[in-house]
Design a protein around this ligand. Structure first.
Ligand code: FMN
Length: 234
């Protein structure tokens, strides 16, 4: 082997080792790049779960996205219960069921059902009727025609007035507001399970279109929709 061929052989050898290492260290084909963070690094120790289930544990375990609803409308009382779980006021100082960065409360909550659209006025625990029109099909169209959105007996629509948070936190306030919507929505979904109802969270929608349907001002943007109803038996 000449000096040149030796160099080439060493080079190939290194390349082969690198390729092998790449194959061995690569995540399984079924794992998307964005799941890499969930790969286990280090030793695992199995955790025990107690035999008894608290009410909250049971709600957490039962919550599943439901995309087929019975057509029955939800009572105003039930809509109010769900709205309260998301954004109800739980303290004389105005604090709510869901945490809020700096207690600035950038979220607003609307409910659309077959009889209209209501704005939840959390400090009064009241609904202000915005219209008696049924906008659910229009919201379904804004959600790229997802059938379960159009067919949901009730759509809970969270919007945000971002300036309430960005005034203090700058751009970070937008992220905080998204997080807050998650907290509020999860509260609502767990309460729905408790009431024997099904929910599905909807993030795929045209926010500008949804905002126009609701007649929101430019400063207010739709963030999240939670569809709620009695799960259909089929
Ligand atoms: C931020 C977010 C957006 C979502 N958007 C949609 C959506 O637009 N349409 C839909 O049918 N499901 C949507 N989902 C529901 C997920 O598909 C669902 O949570 C996931 O499949 C896990 O199933 P599970 O909810 O039954 O645990 C969304 C969930 C989250 C958290």
């Amino acid at each position: 082997m000449t000096c040149d061929t030796g160099l080439i052989a060493r080079h190939i050898h290194r390349a082969t080792l690198c390729a092998l290492a790449a194959v061995c260290l690569a995540p399984p084909a079924c794992m998307a790049d964005d799941q890499l963070g969930s790969q286990v690094a280090g030793r695992t120790n199995a955790l025990q779960r107690g035999g008894t289930r608290t009410a909250l544990e049971s709600l957490l375990a039962q919550r599943r996205s439901v995309r087929s609803f019975a057509p029955a409308a939800l009572s105003r009382q039930t809509l109010g219960e769900l709205a309260w779980s998301a954004q109800g006021v739980t303290s004389p100082r105005g604090f709510r069921t869901a945490p809020s960065a700096g207690a600035l409360y950038p979220l607003e909550l609307y409910v659309a059902d077959g009889e209209g659209v209501y704005h939840y006025i959390c400090d009064q625990h009241a609904f202000a009727t915005l219209t008696t029109n049924d906008i659910r099909a229009a919201i379904g169209a804004a959600a790229y025609n997802q059938r379960w959105v159009t067919k949901a007996p009730a759509q809970f629509i969270f919007s945000a007035v971002h300036t309430r948070a960005t005034r203090k936190y700058g751009q970070r306030g937008i992220r905080y507001t998204d997080m807050e919507a998650g907290h509020a929505a999860q509260n609502l979904m767990l309460r729905a399970v408790e009431l024997g109802l099904g929910t599905v969270a909807i993030g795929a929608f045209d926010a500008a279109q949804a905002g126009r349907i609701l007649g929101l001002k430019e400063e207010e943007v739709v963030l999240y929709i939670i569809c709620v109803g009695q799960p259909s038996s089929q």
